[in-house]
Design a protein around this ligand. Structure first.
Ligand code: SF4
Length: 114
């Protein structure tokens, strides 16, 4: 299993179209469990093999996506050019932890382990 497949296996697969919004809030299983706007860990720590506008070969693990803005929000939310794999991102309490630092550490560890 590739690192990317392992990562996305760890999150809840949903219909990407349903996740498109101006603010990346994703439904969690409980009200208090949802994506932290401005986190951006899942746009830095994992490798992404799909082409991204500005990164035609995707991105390596640990490299900040060029579409992540200064507020750590995706510039491509609502844009059809946003990779499908990104639309399937969803909050996962175990992987995302309690903070951005935890999320970065846990996603990086998953990358290294797989
Ligand atoms: S395209 Fe957007 S959601 Fe996908 S990695 Fe880049 S900033 Fe994150």
């Amino acid at each position: 299993m590739t690192v990317e497949a392992a990562y996305y296996h760890a999150v809840i697969a949903t219909d990407g179209a349903a996740l498109e919004s101006d603010v990346p809030i994703h439904a969690g299983s409980e009200a208090a469990e949802e994506c932290r706007p401005g986190c951006g860990a899942c746009c830095i720590a994992p490798s992404i093999s799909s082409p991204i506008p500005g990164m035609p070969n995707g991105k390596p693990a640990g490299v900040r996506c060029v579409q992540l803005d200064d507020a750590n929000l995706c510039r491509l939310f609502g844009d059809p050019r946003r990779p499908a794999v990104c639309r399937r991102f969803d909050y996962d309490a175990e992987l995302c932890g309690d903070s951005r630092d935890q999320a970065l550490a846990r996603i990086t560890a998953l990358e290294v382990a797989t």
